[in-house]
Write a protein that binds this ligand. Sequence first.
Ligand SMILES: Nc1nc2c(c(=O)[nH]1)N[C@H]1C(S)=C(S)[C@@H](COP(=O)(O)OP(=O)(O)OC[C@H]3O[C@@H](n4cnc5c(=O)[nH]c(N)nc54)[C@H](O)[C@@H]3O)O[C@H]1N2
Ligand SMILES: Nc1nc2c(c(=O)[nH]1)N[C@H]1C(S)=C(S)[C@@H](COP(=O)(O)OP(=O)(O)OC[C@H]3O[C@@H](n4cnc5c(=O)[nH]c(N)nc54)[C@H](O)[C@@H]3O)O[C@H]1N2
Ligand code: SF4
Ligand SMILES: [Mo]
Length: 704
Amino acid sequence: MKQSVYSMCGMCTVRCPIRVESEDNQVTWIEGNPHLLGGALCAKGTAGVALVNDSQRPQSPLIRVGARGAGRWREAGWDEALDYIAAKLKTIKQTHGPESVVLSSRGGPWQGMYKAFIHAFGSPNYTNHDCTCGRNTHHASLSINGVGRKGFGYDIRNARHLVLFGRDMFSALRIAENHQTLDMLDKGGRLTYVDVRQTMTGAKASRFFQIRPGTDYALALGLIHEVIKRGYYDQDFLDRYVSGFDELCSFIEAYTPAWAAKECNIREKELLAFVDEIGEDRPGVIFHPGWNLARYRDSFYASRAMHILNVLMGNIELKGGLFIPKGAADCGLPGIRSIDCAKPDIKRGDGVGWQYTHFDKGPGLAHLFFNNMLKEDPYPIKAWIAMRHDPFSGMPDPQQQKLAFDKCELLVSIDTNYSEYGWYSDVILPESTYLERDTPIVQQKGLKPRLAVRRKAVEPRYDTRASWEIFTGLAHRLGLEATFPFTTIEELWAWQLEPTGHTMADFEEKGFVELIDQPLWHDRDQLDSTFKTPSGRIELVSEKLTKAGLPSLKPFEKPEAAEKGMFRLIYGKVAVHTQGHTTNNPMLSELMPTNTAWINTKQAKKLGIQTGDQVELSSADHSYNATVAAQVTDHVHPEAVFTVHGFGKEIPRQRRSFLAGVSDQKLMVGALDDWDQAGGGISLCEVFVHVKKSIRNTTRRAEL
Ligand SMILES: Nc1nc2c(c(=O)[nH]1)N[C@H]1C(S)=C(S)[C@@H](COP(=O)(O)OP(=O)(O)OC[C@H]3O[C@@H](n4cnc5c(=O)[nH]c(N)nc54)[C@H](O)[C@@H]3O)O[C@H]1N2
Ligand SMILES: Nc1nc2c(c(=O)[nH]1)N[C@H]1C(S)=C(S)[C@@H](COP(=O)(O)OP(=O)(O)OC[C@H]3O[C@@H](n4cnc5c(=O)[nH]c(N)nc54)[C@H](O)[C@@H]3O)O[C@H]1N2
Ligand code: SF4
Ligand SMILES: [Mo]
């Protein structure tokens, strides 16, 4: 029988709205929800069909029988696997206390449910991936605006100029954002892109700066200097909402465009021409504060500088600028209910909140657990549950992580695939793919907030379950029914919707429920309660940072230079893969089966390397190395070597991706301890690697 459902894509964490057709329990068609995306879907989104049909994913719960990582598993039924985990958790709780269990996840709109589980169990230790993603920019925004990274959205479609620093949005896709940017360009808007290499986004830009790696902060300081010097700022907005402008003016004096151009290896003339454009286009100039801002030691300050530029434009809650995402309460409506449980009043095991007081306590910082685990300080960690999270792929230096995980008596992976961490764990609980499962309802904030839900398009192909069922199953075995009282998704949905007066039937027509007809903007003269800083103003000099002994306006420090024969390792996303979890997808692995090493033409010449030659990339201590083909190009800075993340996997059951390409995170030996004290993020781009022509080249072999 033919069926059609509205749902949400799950091939990456953008979660685009989709419409899915199926026949006889087979997915036959996926498209972007026509009401929101006009049918558009990316390559990864279409490859959801291949994910469902992939036999190289776990097909039932698995319990390890050999040594950790040896790859010997026995299949178990759900009752057996959940009983096994619950029994272990109970013993660990009795012996070491509930706080000795950590749950990490990939964040996202359902993280409240995972958090509620671990909190109800009695542990404060919920953490997520964000120390490797947006934490620096999140904390940068918090320190200036008093609201985090998600406290602002970007009205790109109506902007006159979008400025992106290392935000390669046409590879690291969000379809709706890409549509908005293309519409802006069609209307004559400008796009300035800054990167150390040319990208899909740079190719669409009206201005492209290829800067020296790690110098975004210098470029931003030069811009702030010139913007202030020329008076290209909104004095009224500054007077009304901002503190610290005088301190900024004296700090910025030394950072001239000529200085910035030199630090960044760009032309001063180009920089000044860019400032001319900012003058013409303001206030509709959006400086995107970055998702990661590429993760250097000063990315927190670089991101703060982007926020400062936005504040100077006075573009907050302005058409064509930044907006505050609205929810049900802003529309005067009751919100949905969500599973929740208060956090136990126990010190976090990563030190966030008591050792490090300036960080957001919510998910803490995952990497700060590892050293504490080794020292059993402030207490031992004995179990780690990774829900939709692969620490060995998303976090650097898996070998070092293993030492900490070896202190645990229980490692659980809840995943649709075999992850690198899952392969090392004790129990794998396979989640049904996004096309085979329902999820709780979520509120999506924005100018036009809405309620959305994921609906299953087909029944699970293997013996897998949805995460809400997995957590409910565990909760019921651990006496946590009060937090997870539901036994069916229909009960859960009805409870969630009850205060709103909506029913599931309201999702049928378009796949979502719109909470308001027209975009909702706050009155720009009434933003006083918006900025949740200690002073209630936008703080260019942050009281909280000062208290933590950290500068707000930090002098620029030159990035480290590479030692001879070494290059800075740069990585990034590509439009046909998501992080580390699609390189084994039957369709996507065909589109891009391996990564390559981009190397600058002049450097390649010195090393005798041509495009297609095999090159060996080794970690600084040579403990990890891999061989991949070289891509020789002018479009990468001479100090850097670039590779796409997600490859170099070592999971034998994933035969398509097994040992294909190089793993950037395995090259990052020692990087777990190199993190930004002000922003909290790991400095993933402060890694140097050896690059040489491989002896595996056939021509070279002939020479030998
Ligand atoms: N297709 C696809 N889309 C995705 C994802 C995915 O895996 N695949 N992941 C999603 C996620 S979780 C995130 S966080 C976002 C990430 O979105 P982005 O941050 O836009 O993505 P990255 O590819 O990580 O961007 C890193 C870029 O920074 C550049 N870079 C390196 N050093 C410097 C430097 O010193 N200065 C500047 N200016 N640039 C530098 C790299 O060359 C690279 O192009 O993408 C999201 N979208
Ligand atoms: N070296 C290096 N490190 C990086 C990055 C990089 O580019 N280079 N990128 C960084 C960024 S921006 C991020 S966001 C992190 C991401 O790091 P992670 O959060 O670990 O990565 P993901 O690959 O998104 O997802 C983790 C796991 O979720 C599983 N998964 C996917 N879909 C589902 C599902 O529907 N249900 C369940 N239960 N599991 C699912 C995947 O199979 C995968 O094993 O990595 C960061 N670390
Ligand atoms: S960007 Fe692509 S993979 Fe990500 S949610 Fe949207 S359609 Fe799916
Ligand atoms: Mo990310």
